[in-house]
Design a protein around this ligand. Structure first.
Ligand SMILES: Cc1ncc(COP(=O)(O)O)c(C=O)c1O
Length: 417
């Protein structure tokens, strides 16, 4: 635990959204002459000054390459970089920093694993995913299946947008080798009962991979309690920088896996006769890493640690409840995804309006949402829609912004539907 996080644990701030917003400079601007209402956090969230300052300070005061050990700046950079790894370890409650691998993000982490597990699969083996996966948790498995003769099998989703447990139970079996499941759906907001599903999968000796990209901005997952083999997330959705993410891997699994890429850092010794691999976690980190970005991610987690996470979650759930209550005030509006356990994300359609037109018309009023297939085409097919409009909230959004969204939607519906 860093000094800063010790201090923060001692004095957790209660959650006050108006003072929190002051920490995010980008939020206090106008777009098309209207105050920005940023509701595209599922795609990427905004960065507090603490993150911007930490990255700026890193470049101004300590930048050098890491792990070279020849001079003071190198030592400072290495301490900051490895300190950030420890912050991620603590955030995930992993047993060791050997289990925390830096990647470019969730997508690269899943590709790393899919590549590393090739030797474990044979023709006829099954990789269980679900209809609510992001393409990042489908396509790497399809590529692996192509290489090995394995099959990718999707678990059904209910009309409400929950994982269909009967489908899950009937598909999980002796042939299942890998379960790759999202913790939280980026389209539906559904929180899957991953701990329960991992426990079921482990009874069949299945390798479990949980995509945490949409979960970590709302929850702090505990790797030891969850007991999955792999878990990954992207910093840019967790109020940190782009270009970096973290992969948690159970140490024994990572030890058994071959490296992903070859190059500097990931080797112990290179010769033309025989090259040997570095120890964990460096075995999976070829080349100069994203050092400033790692520092930024550490700062984002330290920033979150200042707050009472339960109070933040309650505030987010109020945003969701208010949004749900306002749906009926917009004629023809229909939610896609009404699971009992959701993060504050609403996907919707409005009769007579194309989702992309809703997005454009909202933007003219300063409101940023996302429209389209959300990199989840199989789910769009399941619901028989080409795309949806999606408002995704973060802890810095306010109830007032929810009202502004729905006032704008009513206006759009009245004028254009
Ligand atoms: C559930 C989920 N998985 C994976 C990803 C891919 O994340 P990245 O593009 O940061 O690698 C996303 C991004 O939206 C996502 O929502």
């Amino acid at each position: 635990m860093t000094d800063l996080s010790v201090a923060n644990t001692v004095a957790r701030q209660m959650f006050d959204v108006e003072s929190v917003r002051k920490d995010f400079p980008i939020l206090s601007q106008t777009v098309h002459g209207k105050p920005l209402v940023y509701l595209d956090n599922g795609a990427s969230s905004q960065k507090p000054t603490a993150v911007l300052d930490a990255m700026d300070r890193y470049y101004r005061e300590m930048h050098s390459n890491v792990h070279r050990g020849a001079h003071t700046l190198g030592d400072r950079a290495t301490a900051a970089f490895e300190g950030a790894r420890e912050t991620v370890r603590e955030f995930l409650n992993a047993r060791s920093t050997r289990e925390i691998i830096w990647t470019r993000g969730t997508t690269e982490a899943i590709n790393l694993i899919a590549n590393g597990l090739a030797g474990k699969l044979k023709a006829g083996d099954e990789i269980l995913v679900s209809f609510m996966e992001h393409h990042a948790n489908i396509v790497p498995w399809q590529m692996l299946a192509e290489r090995t003769g394995a099959k990718v099998i999707p678990v059904q989703v209910t009309p409400q947008g929950e994982l269909d447990m009967d489908s899950f139970d009937s598909l999980l079996g002796e042939n299942t080798r890998i379960l790759a499941l999202t913790h939280v759906s980026n389209v539906l907001g559904t929180v899957n009962p991953v701990q329960q599903l991992v426990a079921k999968a482990r009874k069949f000796d299945v390798i479990t991979v949980i995509d945490g990209a949409q979960a970590v901005p709302h929850y702090q997952p505990d790797m030891q309690a969850l007991d999955c083999d792999f878990y990954m997330f992207s910093a840019h959705k967790l109020f940190g920088p782009t270009g970096i993410g973290a992969l948690y891997g159970r140490e024994s699994m990572l030890e058994a896996m071959p490296p992903y890429q070859g190059g500097g850092e990931m080797i112990e010794r290179v010769s033309f006769e025989r090259t040997t691999w570095n120890t964990l976690p460096y075995k999976f980190e070829a080349g100069t890493p994203a050092i400033a970005e790692a520092v930024g991610l550490g700062a984002a987690i330290d920033y979150l640690n200042r707050f009472d996470r339960a109070a933040m979650e309650r505030a987010e759930q109020e945003l969701l409840a208010r949004s749900n209550a306002l749906v009926e005030t917009v004629p023809g509006m229909e939610l896609i995804g009404t699971a009992a356990n959701k993060v504050p994300v609403i996907s919707f359609k409005i009769a007579g309006l194309h989702p992309s037109d809703i997005g454009t018309l909202l933007d003219q009023q300063g409101i940023a949402i996302r429209t389209g297939h959300h990199c989840a085409m199989p789910l769009m097919d399941f619901y028989g829609v080409p795309g949806t409009a999606r408002a995704s909230f973060a802890f810095y959004n306010t109830l007032d912004e929810v009202e502004q969204l729905f006032t704008a939607l009513r206006k759009i519906q009245r004028l254009f539907a």
